[in-house]
Design a protein around this ligand. Structure first.
Ligand code: F6P
Length: 319
């Protein structure tokens, strides 16, 4: 293998830059030329490709976002779009492609590999929703960012003796809400994976108030319930006003944590080794602190196991 490409696709995640850096440097170390594809699959179709050298990835390990930019490509979902992308790869002489992204990006990688392109998928998403891997790059940073927000919100909600609903991202996965909720001492954690009873949420609010609690934090994962509907319902049931804070893009930005930088560096280097060893259509993951690879198609058919023990623990500790 002489020349490979790297792209980031879907929602950006802190640590993507550290992964790009590792791919470029481990590639150069192994005498492989690395081409950076801008704007994900969309940029690939449009031939937005440039040679990367050691310096092009200098001073990025600590930065959030992705220097390659990212996009969600509708064109690439079509047969015609993918044909264009494959032609571009041929024109540039790119033999292998490392895709950093989430499940949608992996689906794209699977399609390319079916057409004979050697692909390796690196899980990069704040959502932690890839079932085959214990962690995805960006999740740890996002949880820490949310935790920082909870801590700040707690200061003001305690001062004003208010309840707060904090809506976090995660698409269909409640992991960000769950882990930041546990670490932040939230009273209620509402996630799409577990049905919740509004009366339980209200009971905690009332009981907390009666024993002199100055705040009440309700973590709400997007995709569970509408934050403003929930606010309304709480007020109607127990007359308590809860402030809504939607954290939004704050969660996707910021300097990656040490965990994400290390995970990204290890996975980037692993991707190069995998391509050198002739592997293709492989998804990289981490289990018991060890990086492994598995068939992308199989990884995509797996179902995410919700961490119900941790969920249970949030309930026990917030009585
Ligand atoms: O997948 C990352 C993510 O931030 C999800 O948590 C969220 O649902 C989605 O992307 C938002 O996507 P967009 O930035 O396209 O609105």
């Amino acid at each position: 293998m002489k020349k490979i490409g790297v792209l980031t696709s879907g929602g950006d995640a802190p640590g993507m830059n550290a992964a790009i850096r590792a791919i470029v440097r481990a590639g150069i170390y192994n005498n492989i030329e690395v081409m950076g594809v801008s704007r994900g699959y969309e940029g690939l179709i449009n031939g937005e490709i440039k040679h990367m050298d050691v310096s092009s990835v200098a001073d990025i390990i600590h930065k959030g976002g992705t220097i390659l930019k990212t996009a969600r490509s509708e064109q690439f979902k079509t047969e015609e779009g993918r044909k264009k992308a494959i032609n571009v790869l041929e024109v540039f002489g790119i033999e292998g492609l490392v895709i950093i992204g989430g499940d949608g990006s992996f689906r794209g990688a699977e399609k390319l590999s079916e057409a004979g392109v050697k692909t390796i998928g690196i899980p990069g998403t704040i959502d932690n929703d890839l079932p085959y891997s214990e962690f995805t790059i960006g999740f740890d940073t996002a949880v820490n960012t949310v935790l920082d927000a909870i801590t700040k919100i707690r200061d003001t909600s305690t001062s004003h003796e208010k309840a707060t609903i904090i809506e976090v991202m995660g698409r269909h996965c409640g992991d960000i809400a769950l882990y930041s909720g546990l670490a932040g001492g939230a009273e209620s954690v509402l996630v799409p994976e577990e049905e919740f009873d509004i009366n339980d949420v209200c009971k905690k609010l009332v009981q907390g108030k009666s024993r002199g609690k100055l705040h009440n934090i309700i973590m709400l994962a997007e995709g569970t319930s509408d934050a403003y509907e929930l606010q309304k319902e709480i007020f109607e049931r127990v007359g308590i006003e809860a402030r809504v804070t939607v954290l939004g893009f704050i969660q996707r930005g910021g300097n990656p944590s040490s965990f994400d930088r290390i995970l990204a560096s290890k996975m980037g280097a692993y991707a190069i080794d995998a391509l050198i060893n002739g592997k293709s259509s492989r998804a990289l993951g981490i289990k018991n602190n060890k990086i492994f690879d598995m068939d992308i198609a199989e990884a995509l058919t797996m179902e995410k196991q919700f961490d119900s023990d941790t969920y249970q623990l949030t309930n026990i500790l917030s009585i």
